[in-house]
Structure formats: structure tokens, C-alpha cells
Design a protein around this ligand. Sequence first.
Ligand SMILES: [Zn+2]
Length: 262
Amino acid sequence: MKPEVHQALTKRAIAIYEKRQDRTISKNFSNRIVYGTKAEDNLTPSRLWNWHFFRQNNEILEKTRFLRMRPTSETIFNKHVKKLQSTSKESLVYYEYLGRIIHHIQDMNTPSHVIPIYHALKPKDLFETFMCDALNDTMFNPEIPQEQSCQKDTLYYNYKCVAQETLTLLENTHIITSVNGHEDSLPLTVLWQNHQACPDRKNPGFGHFTKDCKIFADKSDSSIIVDGMVHTVTLEEKHRINNMICGKAIRDTINIFEFVKL
Ligand SMILES: [Zn+2]
């Protein structure tokens, strides 16, 4: 997830949380949370050494073989949790750690981070770019799920639960398409494939973007061809998928605010 998206979703989550609690969080504290969600992606040695993916399966290495980077975010997540727990709530730094923790909770809502699919400058994650561009679109309207979930005993269990729920959501969601004017649908595996469907040889336990992920580069209707049938995917449908994912990320962020009694 791009830094701009982390910040925008966090600001929305804070506004909803304040309304629900009927009180205002100090501006210094809320600004520091938003800063932390962005700072976690700053190019530092820690960022280079800790990738932000979920340990979806046991084939994922603890450390990459040559440069010994950590492919998943669990170690850095737990480091931030320790720092948060040993910092006073009166200190501004507490809110930066909270923002950094939320960064990872939000990453666990994005398909490429949980499936997981390696991405950086190449290959690019076109859906993450779509999410970022959508922030300025009138169709950006995240749906906050009503049901409460991932109210676990520890922040680490919340992190794992959020990722597992995203994987379930992706499995159960279909893209609504039209074929020759009739409504049809396609599973999301036409866009994102896990390590079992399409293994990444360089990164054990990782999957791949399919070529159809390019639909997120179009700011108009797109086509996906499956078994010789042309499926049209409307721009509205691409926004529906994005709004669903962003809505869940906002709810999961609010859950963390409740967990730490912000
Ligand atoms: Zn990240």
C-alpha cells in the first residue's frame, strides 16, 4: 500500500473513531499516528531489511538467502509492539509507534501483501497505484464492514487475523463482469495467484500477478478473456473492489484504536 493511501485511510479511521467515542484526539497525537503510517515506508536500512509481506505459508524463508532480508513483516511488527508497550501514552513517540503498527495492519489488507506477491519498482503493483489514484476520484467511497472481527488478545494475533480475513475475503469475492450483455463473474484468482497456483521461483512461498492485473492501469472499462469469452469489467466494478478492501482496512485500523484504548 502506498504511503498516501496509508495516510488517507488512517485519517478516515481517526475521524470515525472520534465520532463513535464522541471526543477529539489531540491534533499532535493524531498527526503523529498519520506520520507513523507513512514513515514506516521511508527508505531506511530497516525498511530494506524488512519486507512487508504476510507469512501465508511455511515455504516463505525466515531470511532471504544472500542478503539475509526478512521477507515477512512479523519481526518488525513485533519490535514496534514492544516499543509501544514500553512507551508512555503521554509521549508523542507512542503515537508514531502506533502509526507504524497500523501501517502493517493496513498492509495486511492488500492482496499482494497477503497472497503474497513480490513487488517493488519491478514488477509494479498496479492495484496499489489504482488505490492511490482512487483517493481523488468521486467513486472512492470505502464501505466499512458492519461485523466486528479480529478482536484478539494481542496485537500480533490481530495482525495475523486481519491477514487471514483478507485471504478469506479474496477467496469469496468475485469480479462482476458482463459477457455479451449478460451478467457473469470471475474469481479474483484471474488477477492474483498464490504460490500453489503460480510459484515465484526467486521467492519461495510467493505467487504472481497475472497479466490481467493490467486492468487496474485502465481508468475505463477493461476486458479479460477467459476460455475465449470476453468479460467486460466496468470501472465502477474496479472501484467496488477497491472500496471493499479500503473499507476493511479502515475497520481494522479502528479495531487497533479500540485495542489500545486510544
Ligand atoms: Zn508497507
